[in-house]
Design a protein around this ligand. Structure first.
Ligand SMILES: C[S@@+](CC[C@H](N)C(=O)[O-])C[C@H]1O[C@@H](n2cnc3c(N)ncnc32)[C@H](O)[C@@H]1O
Length: 306
């Protein structure tokens, strides 16, 4: 089952006890699901191609105890997983980001461990298997530095060495590294799910200006930034504009379309439903800025909903 995140999805209807981050082609997930039919497993993966392949596999193999979220692990952990609910988290062969300047992209760093500590049950653990010695050392250092995990490094269990990447690296004769991060304390911040708002919009009166250029604009708000990158005209007879907007806020990055278009009730300014955006503080800040900008172009607000 593929999860689409909407306001009703937290907590998940079938709360998971097990999370696998970056499941790739899903063969390890399928193996876990068969080994532990009583567990609910949540698989999180950012690659759309991998999600499609894994879902096909789960259907073909008749697996019913796996739910799949297509997106970022940090977001899923915070927004889909209930506090103290996970017994175990698997991370097999995470992207190593070997260059020092890319280290901030690594998954297993303190920000992740802090959120994880609030979602794991007492004594719950994260199991890491990798071929990358520096990443293995890095993750251990980050886990210990969080003060929330004790770390052991037994040899990797054989069944962890059957993933697509494990088989590839085995063929090349690489060494494997394993670490178990056991929760010993919890971050004082409960990392509540990101607040959501009703879709922000305004109705305005006046005539939309004919735009010949649009300058990129950065909107800062508490917890992030929204960048209105460019405007494009819609081709419908009524005319209107889409504003391509990139929003980064805690644990969530979204590319969304804001819109300003004539409607039966006046000029509608808000967020387009295209791409199923989540209505967050960042979206609200971007819409608010756009309405203010249109006011500066001579339009007037008739009704505001944010
Ligand atoms: C090197 S592959 C390993 C795949 C699989 N675990 C295996 O062992 O064959 C790393 C996987 O993690 C996924 N990934 C990387 N960062 C992620 C994140 N922040 N959240 C979810 N998935 C992520 C990638 O798309 C990729 O499929």
């Amino acid at each position: 089952m593929l999860i689409r995140v909407g306001d009703t999805d937290f907590p998940l209807p079938r709360p998971p006890q097990v999370l696998e981050v970056g499941f790739g082609d899903g063969r390890f997930t399928a193996q876990l699901a068969r080994l532990y039919p009583d567990w609910q497993i949540l698989g999180v993966e950012i690659s759309a191609g991998s999600v499609a392949r894994a879902l096909k596999r789960f259907r073909r193999e008749g697996i019913g105890n796996v739910q799949v979220y297509h997106g970022e692990a940090l977001f899923a952990l915070r927004n889909l997983v209930a506090p103290h609910s996970l017994q175990r988290v698997y991370v097999n062969f995470p992207d190593p980001w070997p260059k020092a300047k890319h280290e901030h992209n690594r998954l297993l760093q303190q920000a992740f461990f802090r959120r994880l500590s609030t979602r794991l049950a007492d004594g719950g653990e994260l199991l890491l298997t990798t071929d990358h010695e520096q990443y293995w050392q890095f993750a251990q250092a980050e886990g210990r530095a969080s003060g929330l995990f004790e770390v052991e490094t037994p040899p990797p269990p054989e069944h962890h060495l059957t993933t697509k990447y494990a088989l590839k690296w085995k063929e090349q004769g690489r060494r494997f590294y394993h670490a178990v991060f056991r929760k010993i304390a919890e971050d004082p911040n409960p990392w509540l799910p990101l607040p959501r708002y009703p879709m922000p919009h305004a109705l305005m009166s006046g005539t939309l200006p004919e735009l010949h250029s649009f300058e990129k604009n950065v909107v800062r708000f508490e917890g992030g930034t929204a960048v209105l990158l460019e405007a494009t005209r819609t081709l419908g007879p009524e005319g209107g504009y889409y504003f391509h907007t990139h929003i980064e806020e805690e644990d969530l990055i979204q590319d969304v379309l804001l819109e300003a278009r004539p409607s039966a009730h006046g000029l509608y300014v808000g967020i387009s439903r295209f791409g199923a955006p989540l209505s967050t503080a960042g979206v609200r800040a971007a819409v608010e800025w756009l309405v203010g900008w249109l006011e500066g172009q001579g339009l007037r607000v008739v009704q505001r909903s944010y």
